[in-house]
Design a binder for this molecule. Structure first.
Ligand code: HXC
Length: 257
């Protein structure tokens, strides 16, 4: 049987590809555990500075595997700590992660894309939270991250009507960082990831941590957090290197220290 999650290393970028084409990349335990293991591996690898999560041309992921979920009862879901147990590894990744989305990103698929730091969408991408059609609600952050990304009106529209949003609308609404032609999606995502990975890794991690703080705190607290982290960058050797390189008109050689 083919691996349902494939990993590749492209220079300093770790690529994670969901590979369950017969089920539109539906997310079962095997897929989610595969993503978790890949994130663990790339987080631990000092050579990796950024990750890209992608699917296939047809589907990033069409959601949680419905056949697998339909046998659940409440006690089972509670006891196994469904979602919390293994779905949130993307959220806790400290290195930046780009979701490269082509085709369907529905339900849990849209939710794992939103756990990433930014979404690059192919012009074929379709986003949605259609859980209501199944008699359930989004359970991996859809009702929380979607309104933060696109506002209440569109989040309510998507979650209550189950309609899909195309890439253009998703970019206009703020869910997506960039829309690119489908045949350039991976190239563009890997290029951006390589750019991120060319910078000082601890500093990229600090940027990520600070931006994420904006969603967890008041403006005052967020600004204080940013200021403290900013001050701490003067203790990072790479900041000396970056500023010296600019002044000396040369390329910086960051050492991730
Ligand atoms: C299991 C799925 C699946 C899913 C597609 N498949 N989505 N299997 N779970 N989420 C399977 C189909 O059963 C079918 O298998 C094969 O993939 C191809 O799908 P088709 O439906 O034949 O393709 P198409 O007509 O092109 O329609 C594509 C689609 C549709 C629009 C994506 O498949 C669809 O609506 N899927 C369900 C989307 C959804 O409801 N997602 C939310 C899931 S709930 P066979 O064997 O027939 O070929 C969820 C909960 C999140 O995510 C909360 C916690 C994480």
């Amino acid at each position: 049987m083919a691996d349902v999650v494939i990993t590749e290393v492209h220079g300093k970028v770790g690529l994670i590809r969901i590979n369950r084409p017969e089920a539109m990349n539906a997310l079962n335990n095997e897929v989610v555990d595969g993503i978790t293991a890949a994130v663990d591996r790339f987080e631990a690898d000092e050579n990796i500075g950024c990750m890209v999560l992608t699917g296939s041309e047809k589907a990033f992921a069409a959601g949680a595997d419905i056949g697998f979920m339909k046998e659940f009862d409440y006690m089972h879901a509670y006891k196994i700590d469904f979602i919390t147990r293994n779905w949130e590894r993307l959220r806790t990744a400290r290195k930046p992660v780009i979701a490269a989305v082509a085709g369907f990103a529905l339900g849990g698929g849209c939710e794992i894309a939103m756990m990433c730091d930014m979404i690059f969408a192919a012009d074929t991408a379709k986003f949605g939270q259609p859980e209501i059609k199944l008699g359930i609600i989004p359970g991996a952050g859809g009702t929380q991250r979607l309104p933060r990304a696109v506002g209440k009106a569109k989040a309510m529209d998507l979650c209550l009507t189950a309609r899909m949003m195309d890439a253009t609308e998703a970019e206009r609404a703020g869910l997506v960082a960039r829309v690119v032609p489908a045949d350039q999606l991976l190239e563009e995502a890997l290029k951006a990831a390589a750019t991120i990975a060319s910078y000082s890794l601890p500093v990229a991690m600090m940027v990520k941590e600070s931006v994420n703080r904006a969603f967890e705190s008041s403006l005052n607290e967020g600004l204080l957090f940013e200021r403290r982290v900013f001050h701490s960058t003067f203790a990072v050797q790479d900041s000396k290197e970056g500023m010296s390189a600019f002044v000396e008109k040369r390329k910086p050689a960051f050492k991730n220290r």
